[in-house]
Structure formats: structure tokens, C-alpha cells
Design a protein around this ligand. Sequence first.
Ligand SMILES: [Fe+2]
Length: 504
Amino acid sequence: MTAAPSRRAVLRALGTLPVVMAAGGAGAAAADAADAAPALTADQRRLAFATAPAETLAAPLTTLAGGLPPDLTGVLWRNGPAEHERFGHRYGHWFDGDGMVQAFTFTGASVSHRARILDTPKRRRETAAGKRLLPAFSTLPPEVAPIMAPDDMNAANTSVLAHGGRLMALWEGGSALEFDSETLEAGDFVSWRPDLAGAPFSAHPKVEADGTCWNIGCVTFPRLMLLFYRIDPQGRLAAFNALPVDPLGMVHDYVVTKRHLVLVVPPFVIEPERFAAGPISFLDAHVWRPELGTRVIVVDKETLAPVRRYDLPPGFHFHHGNGWEEADGTIHLDLCQAADPMFAIHDLRAVMEGDWGFPSAHPHYRRMVLRPGGAAAIEQVATAVADFPRIDPRRTGLRHRALFALTGARDGGWPLSRVGRIDPDHGVVDGWTYPRHLIPEEHVFVPRGTAEGDGWLVGPFLDLERSAAGLSVFEARHLADGPLWQGLLPYPLPLGLHGTFVAA
Ligand SMILES: [Fe+2]
């Protein structure tokens, strides 16, 4: 480790007041400090969802304050929608834009950045036409071209998987897209088996400590199905199954435990007949049907067949943290759940217009307990909004004591303004609030040593005052101390979604 950087220097460089948050404290002082900052202008807010300034970008990060840990080496791979506008057409939802992969390379002494818009078959087709042609997650272009397969619309914009010697850009409804680690250029879609070419491979694969990778896929045509994949550490398909599920809710994430995959299906269900009725976006083909409740499907990892089902009250979530099970089969899992999907339907469209009113219910950290006899319960542990949860990856499928997430208060600014550590039993126990003009993205835990939680938390932010993207490194056990280091790029980047750290 380098000499401890000056927290005061970091805070001075950020242009904010020193903020002290005791572990277990509510962070009220931080929220007050953030509220006291000048409100952001609409132009500043729109920068968070502007198109990236170029198709390819590369630059070193300039240190704002602090010092880099010399033993933090590797690459933080990131992905997110970055081409929100093209050919004079602007998408209407955060999740629509064509993906940009990014690499933040840590040498121990410096951090450099590379990024490239992924030139997918979808994007190439639109380039040839000189206009947008394909439906996005939530937006239809003025003219919609015929679609033969989900990958015709694949924006490759949601996450990155590094596994089996390959780097892959992930989307929700289609295949993984391989890309080059040096040039970042898009390669081919990954086909796990010839007959599975084009099958959906979702954006939240789980890699266990032995290198086994699990994933799901959601099929909406010709019938509603969930797909289950087991990929061996060498990147070969080891097992696969398809399970008809009707009605099928929007399942974006899931958990693995020692013996099971657990899928929590919210009652935000797709109605295939809406597709048949005419051009409609994937989001708009979904209907909120709270009377269906939340359904849980527990799948055996050996057979990839369902072994238990549960019914719980309605709610909507995108993300889980982790899952684990006791010897008697009781399963525990984390989720960031809201009362309904309106934040995804309304608020994440409104942000494209610079509207940060956020009137909808937003996700909170909740935990679910599923007992082998059929009893199930869900409880809200934290009072702050929370999303983009990450864990120490060494605890995937095992009992965990720490979850790192973006949290925050509903203070009229960006609602996920704080990085927090959540104890599944006690809620938010540590955290640091970004100043109002710095908008944090998902922060990823990078392990060090052997104990759970020993490591760093690394994540980008967008500085709306400087019009520049940046990156923070925290000591994961001492978030309230503020960043160990922050660096800044000479250009802005739109807010991204997910990433993964690959140690050198
Ligand atoms: Fe996600």
C-alpha cells in the first residue's frame, strides 16, 4: 500500500465540505452537505445521458487527489449505453443506446482509459441505412425494419463478462458479443452450441470460485421460456436446459447458491400478443400485473430443473446481490426491490430529457428467506434506496456479510448518490456520499488478501461541473473515510451500467 492519501486533500479537490459519517450512522450530515450544493442545471443533467464524445476514446486519468494503491493492478471493464443520439434520432430511455466498452487499466502507479462503441450487426445495418432502424429496449425508431432474430436488435450495452479466455459484451435479450481486448473491436456473437446460436444470454452471469459460470436467458418467442446455462472454466457449455414459464416476468438477474439457481420473477409480465399487434418496444410489451405476485423458481444446479416454487407479494427489481443456503436447505438472497416498475417505465425515460424529479418508488435493499417447507418471507432491511449491488466475488453462492451498492437519499438530485456497504442483517453500515455534481456509477469490489471484504471498491463517476468522467478507488472497509484516490479524464462519458474487474 502506498502512504495513506490525505482524505482532506481528496475532499478539497472535489470542491466539497468534509463529511463525516460514522459507521452505522444515517449519513444525514452527508445528505445535508449534498443538499446545500447548488442545484444542477438541466444542461448539466442531460450530460449524464449524452452520446459519448467520440466512437473511440483513450487518455490517461489525471490524479485529482490521493494516491493509488500500488498493488491494485488490472483492468476494470465497463459497458453501458453510450450512443443515445444518432442520425438526428434520440432514444427515449437510459437502456436503449448502443453499447460502449471501456477499459480502465490500473498499473499500480497510474490509470489509463480506452473506450469504443461496439459496432454490432444492428449498428452496422443502421450505418448502411443512414438512419436508426431497429427497436431498442424502450424506443422504436420512426421506421422499423423487419427483425428475424433477437440479435438483429442486440445493442451489446449492459455488461462485460471475462471468462474462458474471452471478453464478451452482454445484453439482455440476445447473445454475448466477443470483443478484442486490445482494440476493443466487436467480434462475433458467441454460440454456446450450434443449436443455441442467437439464444438469449443475460447480462448477470455468476462465476463461482472454481471458475464455473452460470447464466440465464429469457426467451419471448416463439414461446415464453427461461434458459439455464452452465459454462465450464474453459468457456465450454457443460449443461443447458429450457423451462417454459408463462406468464413470464422481466427477469434481469438471479442468484446462485451452493446447490441452486434462484430466479425471482416479478409480475411485470410480457404479453407476446402485444408484439403481434404491431411494432412495440420490449419494455412496452410488458404489463404490471400485481395480482400475480412475485414468483420464485428454485432450480437444481445438477439437473437444471425446477425443484421448488414460492409465491410472495408483488414488487419489481432488476438486481440481486448474492444468495446462499443453510444445511437444511433454507435459502437467503438479497434483492434491490421497488414497489412497482414505474421507476423503470417512467423515471428512466424522464432522465433522457434532463428530468430528475424521480417521482416513482425506487429500489431498496431487501432480503428474502425461502424455507424448504414452503414458507417464504421478504423484508426491507435498509431505509435508503439501493441498487447496483456487488459482493466480494469470492463469496458468490456462499454466506456473505457485505454487499456494496449505490445508495442514497431522495434529495432532489441523483437518487443513487452514495457508495455504501450493506450488512444483510443490519442495513447500511458504512458509506460515503458523492457531492451533488459527481454522479457515481456501479462500484465494483476488487479483492485483496483472503478475508471477505478485504479489498478496494472501484467505480467511475461523471463530474457534471467539469464535464469530465472520473474514477474513484476506496478502501472497501472504510468507505466513510472517502476515496483513497480519484482521477479525472479529459472528456465526459454517459452513465454506464455494469462491469467487472480482471486482476493483472
Ligand atoms: Fe443489470
